[in-house]
Design a protein around this ligand. Structure first.
Ligand code: GLA
Length: 413
């Protein structure tokens, strides 16, 4: 069967590419245009929704997308703020003689699917890339950028994830084999090209860059209309990967703000063998990082405790805070990290993360308020227990391995 063969090739291509993406050194920055907030007026807070890749990978179908949209409504996720239903890779078919891209047999009618998602009061996203092939080996947008952008707009697409993939080998390495700076210029030009094509459609479309943080993308993406940009390689549903990504966000806070966000990749909440503590910590840290909240789990079979994590309105409010200021690491003590995030109206979110594999009671941890710039006892709300708490200086905090204490202090002193 054609599709099975494509899928096997796709997995091979993906494996090869993922290795390349994660091991390639970050090339040094080329000369960048000065960053400016994109003018498409979308993503004033980090985009929230769901994406097909982290659970379905290449198996996703039209039916799965419809079922996921239904679930976003019936599980309360829509009410909690999840809006985008994003189809990732493997929807693409062949181009016809006029270059128009068609869907493959898994997606018989993209316009009808978009209409269905819109009828639920949700928005719909799609996936492509600047190369000739996507990461899974399907048709991408090289030399068809304008045509593809117009096609997406005609379907009613609201969000595009644009993934570098084959552009790296087929264009950057092929055209500038020994010149990293020239390669980066080609990459930047490719993202610019699609940004202009999207803008020319006149439809507000969230533009998501996926090129794994190469060439300090945070410095140049906003000026090219990028609303979010991946900062790392692909997330995996295990604590090692999630913590590794958290650690790679240092120094990036100043690049985030309304309309343009660092993207530490989609959520793995509810996937793999993550414990409840790990799911909670993952979700809390994405909120602290003002990260896009794109769930990636099997919504029709979601357990109630996972639903509860994904719809915790207090935690979501941290992520969606109007000030749009990304949190930073205040200090670390052994394997315990204390992060803070400044919120609108002068409030402060404090996260105490036990990144270690032991329960913290075996290595007592005491919270220093002075190191957070706070003076004396602070009244706050524990956002996971929902209880009022008082943080005092040197407060002993006991946390299970990979668990988190997340507190919002409304009026810090
Ligand atoms: C890359 C991206 C993933 C996903 C796959 C699809 O690996 O980083 O998020 O989109 O491609 O093939």
């Amino acid at each position: 069967m054609r599709f099975t063969t494509s899928l096997a090739l796709a997995v091979l291509a993906l494996t090869t590419f993922t290795l390349t993406a994660q091991t390639a050194p970050k090339p040094s920055a080329a000369t960048h245009a000065k960053a400016a907030a994109p003018s498409n007026a979308v993503a004033q807070t980090p985009p929230m929704g769901w994406n097909s890749w982290n659970f379905f990978f290449g198996k996703v179908t039209d039916k799965d997308i419809r079922a996921s949209a239904d679930q976003i409504v019936s599980t309360g996720m829509k009410d909690a703020g999840y809006v985008y239903v994003n189809i990732d890779d493997t929807w693409e078919g062949e181009r016809d003689a006029s270059g128009v891209l068609h869907t493959n047999s898994k997606f018989p009618d993209m316009k009808a699917l978009a209409d269905y998602v819109h009828s639920k009061g949700l928005k719909i996203g799609i996936y492509s890339g600047p190369g000739s092939k996507t990461c899974a080996g399907f048709a991408a947008s090289l030399d068809h950028e304008t045509q593809d952008a117009q096609l997406y707009a005609s379907w009613g697409i609201d969000y595009l994830k644009y993934d570098l993939c084959s552009f790296h080998k087929d264009v950057m390495q092929a055209q500038a084999p020994d010149d990293k700076a020239a390669q980066m210029r080609l990459m930047i030009a490719a993202y610019d090209k699609m940004g202009k094509a999207l803008k020319a459609t006149g439809r507000p479309i969230v533009y998501s860059f996926c090129q794994y943080g190469w060439d300090s993308v945070w410095e140049w993406a906003p000026a090219l209309g990028g609303n979010l940009w991946r900062t790392t390689g692909d997330v995996q549903p295990n604590w090692g990967s999630i913590y590794d990504i958290i650690s790679q966000q240092q120094g990036l806070a100043k690049y985030a703000g309304p309309g343009h966000w660092n993207d530490p990749d989609m959520l793995e909440v509810g996937n793999g063998k993550l414990t409840l503590a790990e799911n909670r910590a993952h979700f809390s840290m994405w909120a602290m990082l003002a990260a896009p909240l794109l769930a990636g789990n099997d919504l029709p079979n979601m357990k109630p405790e996972i639903n509860a994590i994904l719809t915790n309105k207090d935690v979501i409010a941290i992520d969606q805070d109007k000030l749009g200021k990304q949190g930073t690491l205040a200090y670390a003590d052994g394997e315990v990290e204390v992060w803070t995030r400044h919120l609108a109206g002068g409030s402060l979110a404090v996260a105490v993360l036990n990144a270690g594999s032991d329960r913290v009671s075996t290595h007592p941890f005491h919270l220093s308020l002075a190191k957070l710039g706070l003076h004396g006892p602070q009244k706050g709300k524990n956002l996971w227990s929902g209880k009022e708490v008082e943080l005092t200086d040197n407060l002993p905090v006991e946390l299970a391995s990979h668990d988190i204490l997340l507190v919002k202090i409304a009026s810090p002193k």
